[in-house]
Design a protein around this ligand. Sequence first.
Ligand code: URA
Length: 233
Amino acid sequence: MERLNKYLADCGVGSRRECDRLIADGVVKINGKVATLGATVSENDRVTVNDKRVGDKQKNYYLMLHKPKGCVTTVKDDLGRKTVMDLIDVKARLYPVGRLDYDTEGLLILTNDGDLANRLTHPRNEVNKTYIARISGVLAEKDRIQLEKGVIIDGVKTAPARVKILKQDQHHTRCEITIHEGRNRQVKKMFEAVGKEVEFLKRVAVGELRLGGLKRGEYRFLNEYEIEYLKTV
Ligand code: URA
């Protein structure tokens, strides 16, 4: 159930105050009965203004999934592999914002808000994305700096990045890498460019949004502050 004035405003009828005025004027009906100020509606109610049906409100969903390895970031997979959609029980056509490789895990945003998804994935608006990467061997300081300055992948230099070594022994290096772009297999290719193989990759943050304690395969709905934040990045 939700307040009628909010419902009308979300349907684009006007501001909440303007909608209150329409309700007070007696031109809004719920299931054929004149609505009163403070009324609530549910999804199945038929709402009219001046006897014209108010367009079906499309509820927008915004959620964060901890994508596990072993599933693809598409709505459907031609090869019949498990997709991120198999993990989500929301009755709406959701789309992943950007993509993570089959063997990459971590934070993935999904929404049916096409405008937001397009904005967030447009190269002009790319937000920082932070990953934890475990790579084989030792990452030399000169290579770390090179990764930060930019390396050539697919013939084009990468934008400046941040690379912090978290832990290192002679067999592996664990780093945190923050990139701004969203090119295909970017992190793996960047390390390949300095002769290193990524053995494990997990996205832990998209802009200010962090994966936190969300478990693999689980998802949660973003709160209003997080949604507002995404709309302003
Ligand atoms: N970079 C990669 O190489 N793979 C991902 O899944 C995400 C970023």
